[in-house]
Design a protein around this ligand. Structure first.
Ligand SMILES: Nc1nc2c(ncn2[C@@H]2O[C@H](COP(=O)(O)OP(=O)(O)OP(=O)(O)O)[C@@H](O)[C@H]2O)c(=O)[nH]1
Ligand SMILES: [Mg+2]
Length: 242
């Protein structure tokens, strides 16, 4: 089984080197792909240097920032083109603990198609978030779960694993979000296509270094996306595995 860990980055200079090192030390024989949107802080420069000395590390340098969703699309396409069997993704800022990656891989090997790292499975496992941010995330997830019909408690999680087949079969033409809504869509379609989706409890810790890229625009996009997905589900289409 060939494993790829995808890390989207935008201004993560202070985190990325340590994160790559940590993933390579995990004893799971994974390759790493960093998808950088031409970060002004030159995050990509660090990745380029590491990749030149280590064939397990790869850089996908995009021209400009278009939103997280677009970076992920390109990363997933790269993973499919390079025939990886299991694709894991997580944030660069250590909010997601890379030590948990082997648990995601075990779940996929157990026969699950999608594994979602969940902050809301055993109560709330979020550390150091301001109450306002936590409430936004919690209620956004509740709202998304009710309207999309996807029985997953953390639909906006950025820590997930997929079997390649799932990424090949998601109806990409229908996926529209640039921001966190993208995370919802990449669970929504597999779930309603009948793929086996499971959640794994994770502890999410507020970033220690660097700045947040969260904006109001991203929140609004996700809000309307959920309405759109709920209408799609009710009136428009059934999705099937190919
Ligand atoms: N390539 C790319 N990466 C992005 C973009 N926006 C965010 N990221 C990366 O996606 C991951 C999640 O973004 P964060 O800014 O940490 O989002 P968050 O975790 O909700 O917010 P904070 O932790 O509060 O900063 C990080 O690794 C970011 O560097 C983008 O537009 N392009
Ligand atoms: Mg973060």
């Amino acid at each position: 089984m060939r494993i790829l860990v995808i890390i989207p980055t935008y201004n993560e200079r202070e985190n990325i080197g340590e994160m790559i090192e940590k993933i390579l030390s995990l004893n799971i024989n994974a390759d790493v792909l960093v998808v950088d949107d031409n970060s002004p802080d030159k995050t990509w420069e660090i990745v380029k240097e590491i990749s030149e000395g280590n064939k397990h590390v790869n850089l996908l340098l995009r021209e400009k920032k278009e939103g997280l969703g677009f970076a992920y699309r390109d990363g997933f396409k790269w993973a499919i083109d390079h025939k990886y069997d299991i694709i894991v993704h997580l944030d660069a800022d250590f909010s997601h603990n890379p030590d948990e990656i082997p648990n995601f891989i075990s779940k996929i090997k157990e026969s699950y198609d999608v594994v979602v790292g969940s902050r809301y499975l055993n109560g709330v496992t979020v550390v150091n978030w301001p109450l306002k941010r936590l409430l936004l995330s919690y209620f956004a997830n509740l709202y998304a779960r009710i309207f999309t019909g996807v029985k997953v408690k953390d639909l906006t999680s950025g820590f997930k694993a997929f079997k390649r087949e799932v990424l090949e079969n998601i109806p990409w033409k229908e996926v529209s979000a640039g921001g966190y809504g993208f995370q919802i869509e990449t669970v929504y379609y597999p779930y309603h296509m009948g793929y086996k989706v499971t959640e794994l409890p994770i502890i999410f810790v507020e970033r220690r270094k660097g700045k947040s890229k969260m904006t109001k625009k991203i929140v609004f996009e996700a809000f309307f996306l959920v309405l759109k997905l709920s209408l799609k589900r009710l009136f428009i289409k059934r999705y099937n595995k190919k």
